[in-house]
Design a binder for this molecule. Sequence first.
Ligand code: FAD
Length: 369
Amino acid sequence: MSRPRVVVAGLGDSGLLTAVDLARHAEVVGVSSKPGLVSGQELGLRLARPDDWARDYWTPFDRYRRLDGVRTLHGTLTALDLEASRVAVALPDGSTATEPYDALVVATGVTNGFWRRPHLQTDAEVAADLRAAHERLARSATIAVVGGGAAAVGSALNLAVRWPDKRVRLCFPRERALPQHHPRVWGHLRRRLLDAGVDLRPGHRALLPDDAVPDRITDGPLEWTTGQPPLPADAVVWAVGRVRPNTGWLPPALLDEDGFVRVLPTLQLPGHPDVFAVGDVAATDPLRSSARNRADRLVAANVRAHLAGRALGTFRPPRSRWGSVVGPQPDGLQVFAPSGHPFRFPAWSVSRVLRPWIVRRGIYGGVRG
Ligand SMILES: Cc1cc2nc3c(=O)[nH]c(=O)nc-3n(C[C@H](O)[C@H](O)[C@H](O)COP(=O)(O)OP(=O)(O)OC[C@H]3O[C@@H](n4cnc5c(N)ncnc54)[C@H](O)[C@@H]3O)c2cc1C
């Protein structure tokens, strides 16, 4: 009997893990506009130390052992035909491929600022983007990071640690940053930012040029809707959230009012039991936290259960954000629990245990090279 065919739409952090989880159980086709996993994680590390970031967060698909049996298709999803159970993919040569499925997993993520965009890219284009952002900041004496979430806080810290002689300012609209984390997390990171010499500017809400989040690092000065005088800066890193779901290729009836994919606790789409969504694109909970809560395992198990006619499991999100905020640092990797309590993996354990054994072997099932 032929194996069921599963199409994974988007091979970012969640889609890739879903494909890895399903590879031994189904014929899997993964569609991605990027030539490998180009993770949306750790913006600060990516800007400050792009080579270190690339080692851990940008990996060609052929290096994942568990993807050996998966067909990866480099292209852009343009349409979903629910009646015919197939997706259309625009290929780099201008032609269109049609991929039928027995089950579809939507994992096309979100667009966020200048570093997470869904357009088709080659390896050379990904490398050029990384280099250009780093070099732009390297030649700037004053850098303003705008935003109060994890990407902004992680950027300010990593830039200040990488270049102690630059003036790095973190401008955020409320009294404290990281409002979606437990308050303890900001308590820890505020001290860490001040120790690194970051100039904190609470109560500063920036005026967005043309009322849109810029898709690049811009020049200063910054202007404020909160009344402060304009702030000069050689470079402005916009990390203000306002993410937009990559769902333009889906029928609007599948989406909520903000354009995210509506899902049941089983991660199935209401009325379409053969279509699932996971990751930042899926409206699972207010924080849309299924990526960091490893719901790839649940969605893979539920796809198999659906295809076999078995009962499906459900997604239960925690109430606060958790995880790392500033990424690996010289003194190790600090991770915050949902309660806001930190725990630290010492630096030696990150390179000798966490990365090779827990992440590469345990999570991805083996990564070559
Ligand atoms: C193991 C793990 C650990 C994590 N740890 C943390 C943590 O410590 N702290 C934290 O805050 N968060 C953490 N996260 C979460 C992370 O910040 C994001 O939530 C995650 O990167 C989102 O993944 P995604 O697959 O939904 O989106 P993405 O990684 O953005 O993937 C979407 C992909 O789809 C592609 N795409 C989009 N549209 C199309 C199209 N039309 N056609 C083809 N391709 C398209 C995009 O180019 C992209 O490659 C973690 C996630 C994972 C998996």
